[in-house]
Design a protein around this ligand. Structure first.
Ligand code: ADP
Length: 410
């Protein structure tokens, strides 16, 4: 008797047994019978044509109708199903056919089942991968939405705070003028200075918030001008002189290649970057420590490094610190001062520095062996600046034409 005939014979028993097995313990799906019959018919076709891929359509249909619970389950649902069908086949052959017929049918069915196993696993993996990437997409969308609302909040809060702060600043300086003209009251002058300092601190936080919102919304505009890095750094160091003395820190600049050459950057913004990095080096280095600025000229770039002998940064935080509010460590110390040891701020400085450097087409990163307040392994910030030989602004390019050809500044 042919294999097809044998398949015809066992058909009703096989289908009945498969329905019973699959319905066990779970509520019977309405179309279960139809699906099992469909599988059996396709198995018949596969044997008739000698092509097991007849089974692919039903297996891929089942893979795409796997539920969320199925897809999150650690075991492979579809291969289990094919396994159930195989066991049903074995039992039915044993019970219904004699030994020779059973062997004959099983030998014919084996390639079908091995193909079905392989395809079941493949379709299920594809279904799981697409489910996981869909979940990831959703999570990413939620994260993006959250980030956007964080940005919106920063922008709104900064603009709302700016107006009353300007009023406070205006009235405080008018009050100061009046008091200074009327009487020489040093106590009141000290109190007024205190208010003015507070206003200044608030202003710089609000300015940082505005910068963050501009960076996050790609609105940062750069005003390219010819700059000599050595001049820019010298100005900054003289700004920080008294703080360095107060904290007994030494700051050394090593004259590296490229240091004396003119490059086109936005000087205000690049000063802001180095100011942030140097203030951090000051804040996170204990009294008596060293800060060093060095660098090198690479093809198309100047790399400036700022190293300190401070508390260092753990490798897992080295990316986080460049994110918005990406501060690490004890938050109780935050906003405790701009130069005090470990006196952190709101955690916006490095995010802004990264935004400014990346808008220039450069890169910024940090290297440190880790965080240790006792051993102080130090940190090195790397700032990679593209060497722009002229301003991208065509109108200004002519104006600066002669400058780009000038000799290095001393
Ligand atoms: P803020 O200084 O306002 O906290 P930043 O964005 O400038 O924010 O820095 C983020 C965090 O990175 C800091 O709070 C600090 O934990 C860490 N950090 C930055 N620079 C250094 C440094 N030179 N040494 C050790 N930690 C640093």
């Amino acid at each position: 008797m042919s294999e097809l005939k044998l398949l015809e014979i066992i058909r009703p028993i096989w289908i009945n047994r498969a329905v019973q097995t699959l319905a066990k313990g779970v509520s019977t799906r309405e179309d279960l019978l139809g699906q099992i019959e469909n599988f059996y018919n396709l198995m018949f076709q596969a044997i008739e044509t000698g092509d097991p891929s007849w089974l692919d359509s039903v297996l891929s249909g089942w893979a795409s109708s796997l539920t969320q619970t199925d897809l999150e389950s650690p075991s492979s649902i579809l291969t289990q199903l094919v396994n159930e069908f195989f066991e049903v086949t074995l039992t039915v052959c044993q019970e219904t056919l004699d030994e020779v017929q059973a062997m004959r049918l099983l030998r014919a069915l084996l390639p079908c089942f091995s193909h079905a196993y392989e395809k079941a696993a493949q379709f299920e993996i594809q279904a799981r991968v697409s489910y996981v990437s869909q979940q990831l997409n959703q999570a990413q969308q939620v994260a993006e939405r959250l980030d956007r609302s964080k940005s919106d909040f920063i922008a709104i809060a900064a603009h709302e705070l700016r107006t009353p702060l300007t009023l406070i600043e205006g009235y405080t300086s008018m009050l100061g003028e009046n008091i200074r003209q009327e009487q020489n009251n040093s106590n009141v002058t000290i109190l007024l200075e205190g208010i003015q300092n507070g206003v200044g601190r608030l202003q710089s936080i609000i300015n940082d918030m505005i910068d963050v919102s501009m960076i996050d919304n790609n609105l940062l505009k750069l005003h390219y001008q010819p700059v000599w890095l050595n001049q820019l750094l010298t100005i900054l160091i003289s700004e920080l002189e008294s703080t360095l003395q107060e904290r007994k820190l030494s700051l050394e600049i090593i004259a590296f290649p490229g240091y004396n050459e003119v490059i086109f950057v936005d000087p205000e913004r690049i000063m802001q970057v180095f100011r942030n990095i140097l203030s951090n080096a000051i804040k996170f280095t204990p009294d008596g420590g060293k800060i060093q600025i060095n660098g090198r000229k690479l093809s198309g770039f100047i790399e400036v490094t700022v190293s300190d002998t401070g508390i260092g940064i753990d490798p897992e935080d080295q990316t986080l610190i460049f994110e918005k509010f990406g501060r690490v460590g004890n938050s109780a110390l935050h906003s405790s001062g701009k130069t005090k040891f470990k006196g952190g701020g709101p955690g916006l400085g490095l995010h802004i520095a990264k935004g400014i450097i990346e808008t220039h087409g450069g890169a910024i990163w940090v290297e440190s062996p880790g965080y240790d307040e006792i051993r102080c392994p130090g940190s090195t910030f790397h700032i990679l600046l593209p060497i722009q030989a002229e301003t991208p602004d065509q109108k200004l390019a002519r104006l600066y034409e002669t400058l780009s050809k000038r000799q290095p500044a001393q």
